[in-house]
Design a protein around this ligand. Structure first.
Ligand code: SF4
Length: 368
């Protein structure tokens, strides 16, 4: 299997900094924007063009996806983690209440979301094989697959063979964010554990696609380093996955750092305007990519972005294991969410903007 590799992070930064308003104008009129066009669109030189970018992003999004927003909710299975990531509430050195759901508890969480109308769920866990391994995920997938249109996972990186096994059990998508594509920053914030291996993580989306998964989610945690260079790295990763695994869909997420146990503060500010520029730039670069805006962002911002580029929203999310069955549980959450609205409230807000909230856009019958 060919491996994805990136230029030096500083080189990405320099490419972006050299972009001029002429480069931005060219990128905006290009029929097939390339990676240098993306660099221009997310550069400081593009800031005066934000309105035009938003207009084009909205048009392309409507052409490729209609005015739909697909809704999903996470189920946190476990907050045990063997890694020490400086920015995360689940980091092994944080003193939080740790728990791993039993199969029945996980099913109870899923039942609650099913009754609320969710058809897409994302199973999330910290990275601890002793708590959540392939057998555990396989059992849960087999128990839930008949109830949901799509079951995705966001867990520790696995081998291709393990992803293939989970695909067979009913998992259709895997999210695995690089956190930061800047190798130096990666070393600084990943203090110990398996996650310190930058390259193993970087190669994970390719293993997911090679296993035949329907979709892979990539992204970077915004707030660790230069968001523009992270955006260019995401664009390169996205284009590489498209070229090498054309039959696997790709989504990009934009998690901005949120308050979490451990009191880690973002190292660099990333404003809503910055985030919007990144979203519009990626939409113009790849009109077919799914763009995910989670409940990390506040309701006001998420409502404002409806119809402009994102295609998938989480709703009614809880980030503590067992939190749907026990709403009073807040100790043990990964981060505090910014949009606390229920699925119904988010759906109403989506409809109020003339968009369609979609709970089901896939059925396993399609793949047989
Ligand atoms: S980011 Fe993931 S791997 Fe790192 S501490 Fe949190 S749950 Fe563990």
């Amino acid at each position: 299997m060919t491996l994805f590799s990136l230029p030096e992070f500083q080189q990405l930064q320099q490419t972006i900094q050299h972009c001029t308003s002429t480069d931005v104008e060219q990128a905006l009129t290009s029929r097939h924007p390339g990676i240098l066009d993306l660099a221009a669109l997310i550069s400081p030189a593009a800031e005066p063009f934000m309105e035009e970018m938003a207009r084009r992003s909205a048009l392309l999004t409507a052409q490729r996806f209609g005015r739909t927003i697909q809704l999903y909710a996470p189920i946190y299975l476990s907050n045990y983690c063997t890694n020490r990531c400086a920015y995360c509430g689940f980091s092994a050195d944080n003193r939080i209440a740790r728990r791993c759901l039993t199969f029945d508890e996980a099913e109870a969480e899923a039942d609650i979301l099913h009754k609320r109308g969710f058809q897409h769920i994302l199973l999330v866990s910290g990275e601890a094989e002793s708590a959540v391994d392939v057998e555990y995920l396989e059992t849960i997938a087999l128990r839930l697959r008949g109830r949901f249109a799509a079951v995705s996972i966001e867990v520790q990186p696995l081998s291709t063979a393990h992803y293939a096994r989970l695909f067979k059990a009913g998992i259709t998508a895997v999210a695995v964010y690089q956190e930061t594509y800047d190798q130096e920053m990666y070393k600084q914030v990943h203090l110990s554990g398996k996650k310190t291996d930058y390259h193993y993580r970087l190669e994970t989306p390719a293993r997911v696609a090679a296993a035949g998964m329907r979709e892979v989610g990539i992204g970077a945690l915004l707030g660790l380093t230069d968001w523009r260079a992270e955006g260019l790295a995401i664009g390169l990763h996205l284009a590489w996955l498209r070229k090498n695994f054309w039959s696997t869909g790709v989504t990009v997420s934009f998690p901005r750092l949120r308050p979490a146990a451990g009191a880690f503060s973002p190292l660099v500010p990333v404003s809503e305007k910055n985030l919007s520029q990144l979203i519009f730039g990626l939409r113009l670069f790849d009109p077919d990519v799914g763009l995910v805006l989670s409940t990390r962002e506040e309701a006001r911002y998420r409502d404002g972005m409806l119809g402009l580029g994102p295609t998938r929203y989480s709703a009614g999310s809880c980030t503590a294991p067992g939190g749907y069955s026990h709403p009073d549980l807040t100790d043990g959450e990964q981060f505090s969410v910014g949009d606390l609205r229920t699925m119904e409230e988010v759906s109403l807000a989506i409809a109020a903007k003339g968009c369609d909230p979609v709970s089901k856009d896939w059925d396993s019958a399609f793949q047989n």
